[in-house]
Design a protein around this ligand. Structure first.
Ligand code: ADP
Ligand code: F6P
Length: 446
């Protein structure tokens, strides 16, 4: 039995990268609690075990659960709808049934490992019903919930079948955390609209309890990135990358994402292609490295995105490349954190252009890595990070001309202007790191 329990779809032991595990792993390690989650492989039964000071309690998902709960309701219904509907959300009754059944399994596992009066922290859109289910089983617990992705505007949320149950699910928590203040306000408005509740400020009374909804913008383990950025091997790797890509005279642009249609990867590549086409940059002076880690590859929209991106990469390299020198290196691969930091250090311009993103940790990682105050960040205004990293070159990713303008402005900026921007952004990220985020959330919860 543990007095602190994290509940999330993924365990911190599988290899799939993503913001949630990156952010929470150091928090769970420090707390020495339990982590309830899925190991990432269908039909795999696993016994509880200890990992890096955390008690791991695996939840089993059958191949059909993965199909309906994870790829279906989580990633084909809720994910697109909560990201502004940038791809149309798909709705199926059997997905909703599976989602509820799997949420129940997570809640039961959490109830099983949580000690009397424990604090349980539930995470993200895959588990919206867990707070309510857990509250019903274990009224003694303090329950927190944090949503890592955006919470949609009220009008969009209203499209969700069985929308009221999702709101009730979240109201099972004592504290519901969001990335941005507007998200918390949207949620509170829905409690009034769907349940006739009377929110006041950031609180709402529900079934005799007070539920608080508030923004807690998430962050990174900035000290870890900062330390990697001084590691001699990482520095040597950054040197080697620059040399391999054509030496110091070549301007290196970089994108690092899960291959996801919310990340604006195709819009970014389109803008880069147009800059080559109109002669603003040439293959002699610039190179773009796009690292895109495979993600949710059984979902149709992700396969379509992959095809679009690969076609565009081929077109651009065909049109503007030369023997031994191409303008775009596309790596459909995952990289270690040390390798990512080497890329961050080598990159003159980091391109983070999501159409919508709850936070975007890559932007914060880039800034944390630049202890030399070098480099420039081109950042979509539709990320949570844009609220904090106001010294970035902010762009509207829906407007290719604006993305081109942002990149051109970063290229043209004076070195001392860039250094001043990076210093300010770095101070912000180092001070507001993930440990502080967790402390603020847990202080508010307990
Ligand atoms: P999301 O949560 O949507 O995946 P974030 O930018 O918030 O997006 O977090 C992504 C995390 O995954 C970051 O810590 C980033 O370093 C990591 N990541 C993204 N792409 C890759 C990649 N190609 N290889 C390794 N790690 C990656
Ligand atoms: O917060 C974003 C998020 O969806 C996490 O919940 C998730 O773990 C991560 O991105 C990566 O996605 P997935 O777990 O589907 O591979």
């Amino acid at each position: 039995m543990k007095s602190f329990v994290v509940v999330a779809n993924r365990l911190p032991v599988d290899a799939s990268p993503g913001g949630l595990v990156t952010a929470l792993e150091p928090v769970a390690r420090n707390a020495g609690g339990a982590w309830v989650g899925w190991g990432g492989t269908p039909d795999e039964a696993a016994e509880p075990f200890d990992h890096d000071g955390v008690h791991i309690r695996p939840v089993e998902l059958s191949a059909q659960d993965v199909d309906r709960y994870y790829e279906g309701q989580s990633n084909s219904t809720i994910w697109p709808l909560f990201h502004d509907g940038v791809e149309p959300a798909v709705h199926h009754r059997e997905w909703r049934v599976a989602y509820e059944a799997v949420n129940r399994r997570f809640a039961e596992a959490a109830a099983d490992v949580a000690a009397e009066g424990a604090t349980v922290w539930v995470h993200d859109y895959q588990l919206l019903l867990v707070p309510g289910l857990l509250r019903a089983a274990r009224p003694d617990l303090r329950i927190g919930f944090f949503l890592h992705i955006p919470f949609p505007p009220v009008e969009l949320f209203m499209q969700l079948p069985r929308r009221t149950e999702f709101v009730r699910g979240l109201l099972g928590a004592d504290l519901v955390g969001f990335q941005q203040p507007l998200a918390a306000q949207n949620f509170l408005r829905l409690t009034a609209q769907l349940l006739g509740l009377h929110p006041e400020g950031e609180h709402v009374e529900y079934e005799g309890r007070t539920v608080t909804a508030r923004a807690f913008p998430i962050s990174i383990d900035a000290a870890e990135i900062d330390a990697l950025a001084t590691d001699p091997e990482v520095l040597a790797e950054a040197e080697r990358l620059r040399k391999d890509l054509g030496g110091d005279r070549r301007l290196l642009l970089l994108g690092v994402d899960r291959l996801d249609y919310t990340k604006g990867i195709d819009q970014r590549i389109e803008a880069y292609g147009e800059l080559l086409a109109d002669g603003t940059i040439s293959n002699d002076e610039a190179v773009l490295v796009q690292v895109a880690t495979p993600s949710r590859m059984r979902v149709a929209q992700y396969q379509q995105l992959r095809e679009r991106v690969e076609r565009e990469v081929g077109r651009i390299n065909g049109e503007y490349g030369d023997v031994g020198r191409v303008p775009l290196h596309y790596l459909f691969q995952s990289r270690t954190r040390a390798e990512l930091v080497a890329l961050y250090l080598a990159a003159d311009i980091m391109l983070v252009t999501p159409l919508r993103d709850g936070m975007n940790l890559v932007a914060k990682e880039y800034v944390a890595a630049r202890r030399d105050h070098g480099g420039a960040l081109v950042l979509s205004e539709f990320t949570g990070a844009a609220a904090e990293l106001t010294d970035a070159f902010l762009v509207n990713p829906y407007d290719v001309d604006d993305v081109k303008r942002g990149i051109s402005a970063a290229i043209a900026a004076a070195p001392d202007d860039l250094a001043a921007r990076m210093r300010r952004m770095r101070e912000r990220v180092l001070e507001h790191d993930v440990a502080r985020w967790a402390r603020e959330f847990l202080d508010a919860l307990t």
